[in-house]
Ligand binder design. Structure first.
Ligand code: THU
Length: 136
């Protein structure tokens, strides 16, 4: 199934949701606030912010709390994703979070990036995923 392209208004809606989420970040250590927002296949917008920890490695990226929000609001898959830094500029998801997003992607999922709209497959080519596990 080929999904409709994401229109300008929807990208703007995601940018605003990501920016609002960024305002809720808990980042007293890095002082690098991050917000993320995603459109689900059933039309919901879910968002997340980074939540740091005194044990630095325990930090949750904005994408982690977004995926929590995804499941807490009914689950489903992500069609489009937008992430911003503390200045509201587009932020590339870190490597770990690309893996996280890959798991929950809808077919043809797209991301806003520093170099324009990219597909999940472009962001994490030849990805490892659930299809490689022998689970029935
Ligand atoms: N961070 C995210 O929330 N998402 C990313 O994709 C990149 C990094 C956060 C983690 C940490 O709280 C701060 O940015 C600095 O690394």
């Amino acid at each position: 199934m080929v999904s409709e392209p994401i229109n300008e208004a929807t990208w703007e809606q995601l940018r605003v949701a990501a920016t609002n989420a960024m305002g809720r970040a808990y980042a007293p250590y890095s002082k690098f606030n991050v917000g993320a927002a995603a459109l689900t296949e059933d039309g919901r917008v879910v968002s997340g912010c980074n939540v740091e920890n005194a044990a630095y490695g325990v930090t949750l990226c904005a994408e982690c709390t977004l995926v929590g929000a995804l499941y807490m609001s009914g689950g489903g898959r992500i069609r489009a994703f937008y992430c911003v830094d503390g200045a509201g500029n587009v932020l590339m998801p870190c490597g770990r979070c690309r893996q996280l997003l890959h798991e929950h992607r809808a077919p043809g999922m797209v991301l806003m990036t520093a170099s324009g709209i990219r597909t999940m497959d472009q962001m994490l080519p030849d990805a490892f995923g659930p299809d490689r596990l022998n689970i029935t």
